[in-house]
Design a protein around this ligand. Structure first.
Ligand code: PLP
Length: 383
């Protein structure tokens, strides 16, 4: 039987090649041209006011903290409350700016628990970073309200949230900055790229300089402007090479056209998993935030003896993943070990089941059956 893998991205190959061909024929593969078109298409789709295309979400998270820090005058060692149940890119971004990650615990959604966030606020807290794990908004709205009450900035790590809607809005509409990932296996796949969406026009204008080495007019804009002094620009401050390019943007433009349809199918796969696993002993499903439409980047379950269950799944031809290990188990974040017991427990129980567009009802049935069997084997083996 064919193995069933966690992620297999689907690219609309002919349409994607046409986008790339256009770049090659025009002789413009870098910043500008398609990146401008993708930013506009993203704003139109999400209704977010600003969007700047990047080479990754990791870069975007870094710049979210950098620019908010500069705007508000945060000092080194000021604190950002964050989750331990995320890809390390989230928390590294806080450290890039000499800020202090303070870990709060998660709730049943595996996203930040607003009560735990409230407990971790100190006079040095400046911001909260909320991660919409797997596209789930969790109790984001409560965390947002808490931030507003306490005068804290809110960064949404929306790496998994392309297409997630909460209360009729696209995820990120009410954050100071929302950062999306279009990395190779995300639900809007390119190869590597991301988008940073600041709430304010000032920070949006500023971030465009930071992603192009501090240069104040990019080459594409200068080309469009024409005139004798096309080559002339100023460098206002040090910056990074973080901007996206037209090849990635071309892939993104095609993927965006299909995002609604694709996420709809992901939700269908999730509903089939729900049917397979409802009431199955020893398998806990993760509730999606009520009243929201999640992207369903992931379908996660919690089981005891996870590592053995994973081996049992592999033996049955199913190859799932784990998102994520509690970051405080990593040496560099061990200073916070033991501070988030719910996240630590989940980290030992989590499995992300295969979820991608090439799966059908039969594959979901096979995975469901394999998981029920693997869990039952473990239950029998227990004293
Ligand atoms: C939750 C989360 N945040 C941030 C990132 C970083 O995204 P990128 O690979 O685009 O830098 C990822 C990517 O895996 C992620 O899953």
């Amino acid at each position: 039987m064919e193995p069933i893998h966690l992620f297999v991205p689907t690219f609309r190959i002919e349409e994607s090649l046409a986008e790339i061909r256009e770049c090659l024929e025009k002789g413009w593969t870098g910043l500008g041209f398609k990146t401008v078109a993708f930013e506009a298409a993203w704003c139109e789709y999400t209704r977010l006011p600003h969007a700047h295309f990047l080479n990754s979400a990791s870069a975007g998270l870094h710049l979210a903290f950098k620019l908010l820090k500069e705007a508000d005058g945060w000092q080194p060692g000021d604190e950002v409350i964050t989750t331990p149940l995320t890809f390390v890119a989230t928390n590294h971004a806080i450290l890039y700016e000499d800020l202090q990650p303070v870990f709060a615990d998660v709730d049943d959604h595996l996203c930040l628990d607003p009560r735990s966030v409230a407990e971790r606020i100190t006079p040095r807290t400046r911001a909260v970073c909320f991660v919409g794990l797997g596209g789930n908004a969790g109790r984001y709205a409560e965390v947002r309200d808490l931030c507003r009450q306490r005068g804290l900035r809110l960064v949404l790590d929306a790496a998994h949230m392309a297409g997630t809607r909460t209360g009729g809005h696209h995820a990120g509409w009410d954050a100071d900055a929302a950062v999306f990932s279009f990395q190779a296996v995300k639900n809007l796949p390119t190869a590597d790229s991301g988008m940073i969406c600041f709430a304010g026009a000032g920070l949006d204008a500023e971030v465009r300089k930071w992603t192009w080495l501090g240069i104040n007019r990019d080459t594409y804009t200068r080309t469009l402007e024409g005139g004798t002094y096309k080559w002339l620009y100023d460098v206002e401050h040090v910056g990074y090479k973080y901007h996206g390019n037209s090849i990635m943007a071309g892939l993104g433009l095609v993927a965006l056209k299909y995002l609604e349809e694709d996420n709809g199918y992901r939700r269908q796969l999730a509903a089939w998993y729900d049917d397979e696993l409802a009431g199955a002993p020893g398998i806990e499903r993760i509730p999606m935030a009520p009243g929201t439409t999640p992207s369903r980047h992931l379908y996660q379950v919690l089981v005891d003896d996870r590592d053995e269950v994973m081996v049992g799944l592999n033996r049955r031809g199913v190859f799932p993943g784990v998102h994520y290990r509690d970051n405080t188990l990593y040496r560099m974040y061990a200073f916070a070990a033991g501070t988030c017991p719910r996240a630590s427990r989940a980290s030992e129980q989590l499995i992300s089941l295969p979820l991608h567009l090439r799966l059908g009802r039969e594959e979901v049935r096979r995975v469901g059956e394999a998981l029920r069997e693997a869990v039952a084997d473990r239950n029998e083996a227990r004293p």
